[in-house]
Ligand binder design. Sequence first.
Ligand code: ADP
Ligand code: ADP
Length: 239
Amino acid sequence: EPIIQFTQVNKVYENGTVGLKDIDLTIYPGEFVVVIGLSGAGKSTLMRSVNRLHDITSGDIQIGGRSITQAKGKELLSMRREIGMIFQNFNLVKRATVLRNVLTGRVGYYPTWKMLLGMFSAADKQKAYESLQRVELADKVYARADELSGGQQQRVSIARALTQEPRIILADEPIASLDPQTTHRVMDDLKKINEELGITVLINLHSVELAKEYGSRIVGIRAGHKVFDGPVASADDET
Ligand code: ADP
Ligand code: ADP
């Protein structure tokens, strides 16, 4: 059964800009799918549609066989909990500790007032610590987020996503602001959690080289249309 399924998805922004045009896309559990395309092609629009950071204009998106397009209230929250998100700019709370940042992956599991007071259970702190171990940053738990390098901050955001215990990780240009060396470290971590934990990864990249190095499948987007979808080996002629 597919874990992500787009059926005839269209997204038109309020000003009339076409974000996505007639997208059909089926992703199975455990896949590592790289979305490539030029700037403005619609990659972020596609990502943000998956966990409904914005609404689509028409069509349907199913997550694990349930329509997130139709979901409301608690059902939408529980579906979003299954989807971890990683952003180009990390989206960390800069002045908070690494541990505190990673614990925000538990948002939605707690009432807001407990979150604000930092009242997390021992089990959740343990979970956060284990996530940090997986990205080899356990020695940084009490460091302030903005004391870390860009690559380390991105790995903290991977740990935050893991703490959510997601079935899917969406990574929207996660390496766009990193240097080449750090880039590989972050990509290696994403590959590792895909292989070791079986988490489905959907990632946006500008670089075709990286897409081929890490992806098992490439989806090409141009002007909101899906123009390529296939295994990496067959992507050579098209890219
Ligand atoms: P990227 O190309 O990395 O996706 P952009 O610089 O295109 O990022 O967009 C940054 C932000 O500006 C996003 O939140 C996006 O939704 C918004 N944005 C992009 N293009 C437009 C536009 N034409 N009108 C209004 N907002 C836009
Ligand atoms: P990519 O991630 O591939 O760079 P985006 O998904 O950010 O592309 O953008 C796709 C198209 O939608 C672009 O033309 C962009 O300017 C436009 N766009 C993105 N966000 C908005 C927005 N909030 N309002 C209007 N247009 C937008």
